[in-house]
Design a protein around this ligand. Structure first.
Ligand code: SF4
Length: 451
């Protein structure tokens, strides 16, 4: 039997599952108020290492394929008002973390962070630096849209201390770009990369997407070759998530032009083969990095983590999300800000933290979350280590492990106590993770395809 048919037998091609950038996933958070967040902030250890995520939920135009929480904006006023809210939130949070805490990582994402003017970029960065103690060796990553990011903004970000740029590419094929509502030429992207390098930004991420309308194996190979020509040190190869019930703009995309699940697998593996052939290392389920990259080193040492930005080598004590819909992870659990910008700004104006939803982690959540995180980061799980860390509660996984070994044979194995996905079984990783998700069975949230 062919590998594709064997994989089909696991239900891979019909299954819809979360991406697991948290456990439980955000649809399973409950309504909450800011008091719990206040307590979690107050309980951070002395000298806490902090990671800050700033969400900029605005774009000049909305790309049809994108399911990010963002809104189109044509006037500068809403962005300026939002920056004021962010600055107020920065002050509120900085006043609540331990005074000797240090920020070791900053990430600006969106939406389009580069919708901010050079003056706003400098103002926001200066505000962060004044409010928090920033570690001199911090990483400062920014998501860059080459179609709206001119040299003036790159210069402003470089002055603000940006160390890593993450460039959205998707696919360079003009027919695909027309079908997903995002035009971005190779020349435009290369020009952005040239400006970034000229400003000393050595670390470059590129995001490309498989599973787009009209995408073919020769086509994705051509796009991948162009991406390799930009020499990013890290690449994320995401599967297009067609979720028009959650992202209405995706209704503009012709569902009949989308490749089916077996074709998606072929597209993903064609691009992957090219990255591996070019000397990149595979990290987790969908990232690739050159051997000298920090994330590659973290993965090799078993230190890679998974959070809302995807994979990270961030070892911070808390990830604090600022801005509308941003999610924080504290030692006690998750806290998500009000999703709508008006509701978020209203809370901040009233002098309150903007938490609207969240989840306090129980021991079983931590156990399942640890298993899922290790599986998606390392493609293997050290079960005795989990038992040592979590004690008797780990025993509740045993029947589920036995069922998983049965269901995913021969791709999932157990040897020397380690649950391991074989290299050929990597496409099953999210489906295996879902097998251990206790919330998925209770919820009604709809998800994207498992491959
Ligand atoms: S892909 Fe980027 S620019 Fe396009 S809608 Fe999404 S966040 Fe905005």
């Amino acid at each position: 039997m062919s590998r594709t048919r064997q994989l089909a037998g696991t239900g891979l091609f019909e299954a819809t599952v979360p991406r697991y950038t948290s456990y439980p996933t955000a649809p399973h958070f409950g309504a909450t108020d800011p008091h719990r967040t206040e307590r979690w902030l107050g309980a951070l250890p002395a000298g806490a290492r902090l990671s800050l995520y700033l969400h900029i939920p605005f774009c000049e135009r909305l790309c049809w394929f994108c399911a990010c929480r963002t809104q189109g904006v044509r006037r500068p006023e809403p962005v300026a008002a939002y920056v004021d809210s962010l600055k107020a939130e920065i002050e509120m949070l900085a006043a609540r973390v331990p005074p000797d805490s240090r920020v070791v990582r900053v990430h600006w994402g969106g939406g389009t962070p580069t919708i901010l003017t050079p003056v706003q970029i400098g103002d926001l960065a200066a505000h962060l630096a004044a409010a928090f103690r920033l570690d001199p060796g911090r990483e400062f990553a920014v998501e860059i849209d080459p179609t709206v990011t001119g040299p003036d903004r790159i210069a402003a970000l470089a002055r603000a201390g940006m160390t890593r740029a993450s460039i959205g590419i998707q696919d360079f094929d003009p027919r695909i770009q027309a079908a997903i509502g995002r035009r971005q030429s190779v020349g435009q992207t290369a020009e952005t990369v040239r400006h970034l390098r000229a400003h000393g930004i050595a670390s470059l991420n590129a995001d490309i997407v498989y599973g787009l309308p009209h995408q073919t194996v020769p086509g994705i190979a051509e796009s991948t070759a162009r991406v390799l020509g930009l020499a990013p040190d890290r690449v994320a190869l995401f599967g297009y998530a067609h979720v028009p019930w959650a992202a209405r703009r995706q209704r503009m995309i012709d569902a009949n032009a989308l490749p089916g699940a077996p074709a998606r697998l072929a597209l993903m593996e064609a691009a992957e083969a090219m990255f591996l052939g070019a000397g990149y290392r595979a990290l987790g389920i969908d990232h690739y990095a050159l051997p000298g990259d920090g994330l590659a080193a973290a993965a090799a040492a078993g230190r890679m983590r998974r959070n809302f930005q995807g994979y990270t080598d961030d070892g911070a004590d808390a990830l604090i999300g600022l801005g509308a819909s941003a999610i924080s992870l504290y030692p006690g659990g998750y806290a998500q800000n009000a999703p709508a910008t008006a509701a978020y700004a209203g809370r901040i104006r009233a002098g309150r933290l903007a938490t609207a939803r969240g989840h306090a982690l129980r021991l079983e959540d931590r156990l399942r979350g640890a298993l899922i995180e290790r599986l998606l980061c390392d493609l293997e799980v050290d079960l005795p280590a989990l038992a040592a860390a979590f004690g008797s509660v780990a025993a509740l996984l045993e029947p589920e492990v036995a069922r998983a070994l049965e269901r995913f044979r021969p791709w999932l194995t157990r040897r020397d106590g380690r649950l391991r996905l074989t290299p050929a079984g990597k496409p099953l990783a999210r489906l295996v993770a879902a097998h251990f998700d206790a919330y998925l069975r209770r919820g009604t949230a709809r998800h994207s395809g498992a491959i």
